[in-house]
Ligand binder design. Structure first.
Ligand code: ZN
Length: 330
């Protein structure tokens, strides 16, 4: 979800100026990361392809929605964290919890982010790239399941975790981060009543002296709408946005990006505040004329597996360029 938006002129993504040697290496990994890749060398087995499993992501989304509302500070949010951690462990990963108490208009609420690091061979000296989404749902006076708003990004990030767990990791550490408390507690999304999880995570990066290690942040939000139509979001770093636009074109998915240039406030602002270049991949149209956003109709039946698969392919296709960008900033 993202609340505030203003119309702006159309964004113009730029080339990122990739270093030649890194580009060559990353083109190879791009082949490995691409869906339906049958090339040798991908993953831990010599002939094992790394592909985004659309149906697996869809099953994850169904499981997340079946939990019911996932409002920050409630048992529903805890159930979501348990599901996320279970799936990450099943992929052979070691999730970490980042618990904290958020001061909200409803009083102090216990919140927790969940993250997992896919460490590069070079360890803590390596640049880090954060891939993130929020899993919480908005407090509303009706049953709000947030299949698209909170659910879709979570399902896609879980499947991306499985993909990246099998991919070779040499120079960049990937942090997959599931955020609590993106939604405002009050009805209106007015600072500081929003982005509790991402603001906490960003402040912790800063406090630990790790923020300078993070060279890019890719946020997924509201990516499961049946008619996927991504914004050219103008708070986003145009270089990073351009990488995913190009990846969509390369994958034959150019139509998944709209021509809308929207300025959206979302979790990426928390990372931009600590000088991390960030991009928000989001479809704020969420059904024709935004009809399902924060409505009881934000349900599984108004999402589609095809959209989850499309965003999964776009993100995987863009990551080699993001990796090269992260290395180029060193
Ligand atoms: Zn929302």
């Amino acid at each position: 979800m993202a609340f505030h938006r203003n119309r702006r002129s159309r964004a113009s993504p730029r080339d990122c100026g990739l270093p030649t040697r890194a580009l060559a290496a990353l083109l190879a990994s791009a082949v490995c990361l691409a869906p339906a890749c049958g090339g040798a060398g991908a993953g831990t087995g010599a002939s094992e392809p790394i592909a985004f499993d659309t149906q697996r992501a869809w099953r994850d989304l169904a499981a997340i929605v079946a939990l019911g509302p996932r409002q920050a500070g409630t048992s529903g949010a805890e159930a979501a964290r348990t599901l996320i951690e279970r799936e990450l462990r099943a992929a052979g990963l070691e999730p970490q919890r980042e618990s904290f108490t958020a001061e909200t208009p409803a009083g102090p609420l216990a919140m927790a982010n969940v993250y997992v690091d896919l460490a590069a061979a070079e360890g803590e000296k390596s640049p880090m790239v954060i891939l993130c989404t929020h899993y919480d749902t908005k407090r509303l006076p009706f049953e709000f399941l947030g299949a698209n708003d909170g659910g879709s990004g979570t399902a896609v990030l879980l499947e991306l975790a499985r993909c990246l767990a099998k991919a070779p990791r040499e120079k960049v550490t990937w942090r997959l981060l599931f955020l609590d408390g993106e939604e405002a507690v009050n009805e209106a999304w007015v600072d500081p009543d929003n982005r509790y999880g991402s603001r906490h995570h960003a402040s912790e990066l800063k406090r630990k002296g790790q923020a300078s290690r993070v060279e890019a942040c890719v946020l997924l939000d509201m990516v499961g709408d049946k008619d996927l139509s991504l914004e050219r979001e103008t708070n986003s770093d145009p270089r990073l946005l351009g990488m995913f636009v190009q990846a969509a074109q390369a994958a034959g998915l150019a139509d998944k990006f709209s021509n809308r240039s929207e300025r959206i406030k979302d979790d990426h602002l928390s990372f931009m505040a600590v000088d991390i270049p960030s991009v928000d991949l989001i479809d704020f149209e969420n059904g024709t004329a935004n009809e399902h956003w924060h409505k009881a109709t934000d349900t599984l039946e108004n999402c589609s597996a095809e959209s989850l698969g499309a965003i999964g392919r776009i993100v995987l296709g863009g990551l080699p360029a993001v990796e090269a960008y992260a290395l180029s900033r060193r």
